[in-house]
Write a protein that binds this ligand. Structure first.
Ligand code: IPM
Ligand code: MN
Length: 351
């Protein structure tokens, strides 16, 4: 019996979460596993009502679940940063979800803006470190508002943090077809922080002789994503660069309408979410394609060890897209949110 905490949160979050849960329910029925989904109302609306984003008591409660599913965070009436820091980043940090796993996979039948590249070329996964780097929240401001104003934002790495991330990436690379791991950094400029990354990458790599090691500077990596995405199999990188390159990754796999991610604590509670935001202007209109949310549910199934269910959902997404039944992943698809959810759920049921 799996216990899943569901936080639909803001904007179109609840709409896409509903479809993801619909597909999950069918997959459970089909493969015969049992689960309990408990919904939580954290997000912008609750914050505006109560002034509370994520109380510590809730954090303790969430920590008791097997996994967390998150819809989307961001509310037009809440200052930028409040919900991002108070909900999303707080969960990632407090639950020590030190890996942000982001598959970049082009499904058949999906439009990629990269000319002459297809599903066989665009299939890799980015392992983004998720608790350190520029996200650590260390820094300060001095002489604010004066011409002598100073601002710092610390790019912090620990041996422990870097090593556990790199180790996770090697383990993952080992399970992938090409067994190739690319370290993406800026070691030519960040001669302290990324020197550490390079050193740990080489050291840990000695334990993985079966994994081919590769390296790319982050700026060049952006170039290769567009020019030769087939060069990548597994990528490991720091938090900030991982944030940036995975938005580019999402675009080459068909856009925000299909990109999902997992915030993983291999020893604790992990959380799954679509990469897209809360798209406030489309709230309640039933026009957002829920595939990214469904892909996040697929990752959650995989993580819970429901391999057959995860495989079936992946197959259902792939078959539906290959058949051209979802001509466009944007709001211009002409399809409703629940129609797409029904399509995938039906494909799982028929699978
Ligand atoms: C992401 C998002 C978040 C991040 C924001 C919303 C804090 O962009 O999940 O990639 O920067 O990690
Ligand atoms: Mn991002």
């Amino acid at each position: 019996m799996h216990r899943i905490a569901v936080i639909p949160a803001d904007g179109i979050g609840p709409e896409v979460t509903r479809e993801a849960m619909k597909v999950l329910a069918v997959a459970a029925q089909k493969t015969g596993f049992r689960y309990e989904a408990v919904e939580f109302d954290f997000g912008g609306e609750r914050y505006l009502r109560t002034g509370e984003v994520l109380p510590d008591s809730a954090l303790a409660e969430l920590a008791q679940f097997d996994a967390i599913y998150l819809g989307a965070v961001g509310h037009p009436d809440v200052a930028p940063g409040v919900l991002e820091h108070g909900l999303l980043l707080k969960l990632r940090f407090e639950l020590d979800q030190y890996i942000n796993l982001r598959p970049v996979k082009l499904y058949p039948g999906v439009y990629t803006p990269i000319k002459d590249k297809g599903p066989e070329d665009i299939d890799f996964v980015v392992v983004r470190e998720n608790t350190e780097c520029l996200y650590c929240g260390i820094g300060g401001q001095l002489h604010k508002g004066t011409p002598h104003e100073v601002a710092t934002q610390v790019m912090l790495y620990t041996r422990h943090g870097v090593e556990r991330c790199i180790r996770y990436a090697y383990e993952l690379a080992r399970t992938r077809p090409e067994k190739k791991l690319t370290l993406v950094d800026k070691a030519n400029v960040l001669t302290y922080g990324h020197e550490l990354w390079g050193r740990v990458f080489a050291e840990v790599g000695q334990e993985y002789p079966d994994v081919q090691q590769d390296h790319a500077y982050v700026d060049a990596c952006c170039m290769w994503f567009v020019k030769n995405p087939e060069w990548f199999d597994t990528i490991v990188t720091c938090n900030m660069f991982g944030d940036i390159i995975t938005d580019l990754g999402a675009m080459i796999q068909g856009g925000m309408g299909i990109a999902a991610s997992g915030n993983i604590n291999p020893q604790g509670v992990s959380m799954f979410e679509p990469i897209h935001g809360s798209a406030p202007k489309y709230t309640g209109q039933n026009v957002i394609n829920p595939l990214a949310a469904i892909c996040a549910a697929q990752m959650l199934l995989e993580y819970l060890g429901e391999k057959e269910a995860a495989r079936m959902v992946d197959q259902a997404i792939s078959d539906t897209l290959a058949a051209g039944r979802i001509p466009d992943l944007s709001v211009r698809s002409g399809l409703k949110t629940d129609q797409i959810g029904d399509m995938i759920a039906q494909a799982v049921a028929d699978g």
